[in-house]
Design a protein around this ligand. Structure first.
Ligand code: UP5
Ligand code: MG
Length: 192
């Protein structure tokens, strides 16, 4: 299969923890391709003629998890289209069945990078970003729903991989550069 020899790292953490911010650093320093599932879904929502536009819009506004068939297809297509072999899969899997399906149908993950961050810190970041982001889910109602879905549905994915020792946990509370210093240490050991 085309994606057999690829390295996939899941980048997980609560809404606004800083997944996208840190992935940009890793792209620069380690040559990964960054695929944010949320970004791919938002792009699909905007794509003229998409049959999933309305569905995605509703799920994202409500902080709910889009059916995995849609997300996995977008991820797999983007991986194949890139022609590359090292991927940061950001914000996916958000549910246990998605994790199992992706690893079975696409490629197993190497490990999970988990950004730990208290809700009050994430709330502050998202409310601030909401002043300019234009994201339909950067408002207090949607943010509260996103937090609940993360705790109830997405965090168990991290727990699952923790049990098999496949999680590298990094605190995301400090300034972006300080957080990245810790991320870089992990990646230097593995990829340099
Ligand atoms: N910021 C970042 N790091 C900082 C730091 N160390 N100190 C101070 N500020 C920091 O950062 C968020 C904000 O904080 C930015 O303003 C940044 O400058 C600042 P960012 O890097 O964007 O954080 P990130 O974790 O990427 O936050 P994001 O909002 O993207 O996380 P979500 O997980 O909520 O969003 P995502 O786009 O992944 O998903 C959105 C929705 O899509 C989901 O709720 C769901 O409805 C849907 N979805 C699915 O259905 N399935 C999927 O597989 C994926 C998404
Ligand atoms: Mg993001």
């Amino acid at each position: 299969k085309a994606l057999q020899d690829t390295t996939v790292i899941f980048v997980l953490g609560g809404p606004g923890a800083g997944k996208g911010t840190q992935c940009a650093n890793l792209v620069r320093d380690f040559g990964f391709v960054h695929l944010s599932a949320g970004d791919l879904l938002r792009a699909e929502q905007e794509r003229p003629g998409s049959q999933y536009g309305e569905l995605i819009k509703t799920y994202i506004r409500e902080g709910n998890i889009v059916p995995m068939e849609v997300t996995i297809a977008l991820l797999e297509n983007a991986m194949l289209a890139s022609g590359q072999t090292r991927f940061l899969i950001d914000g996916f899997p958000r549910k246990m069945d998605q994790a199992l399906k992706f690893e079975e149908a696409v490629v197993p993950s190497k490990f999970t990078l988990y950004f730990e961050c208290p809700e009050e810190v994430m709330l502050r970041r998202l409310m601030k970003r909401g002043e300019t982001s234009g994201r339909a889910d950067d408002n207090i109602e949607s943010i509260k729903k996103r937090f609940r879905v993360f705790t109830e549905t997405s965090y168990p994915v991290i727990e699952h991989y923790s049990k098999s020792g496949k999680v590298h946990k990094v605190s995301c509370v400090d300034a972006p550069d300080a957080v990245y210093a810790n991320v870089k240490e992990i990646f230097n050991k593995l990829f340099n």
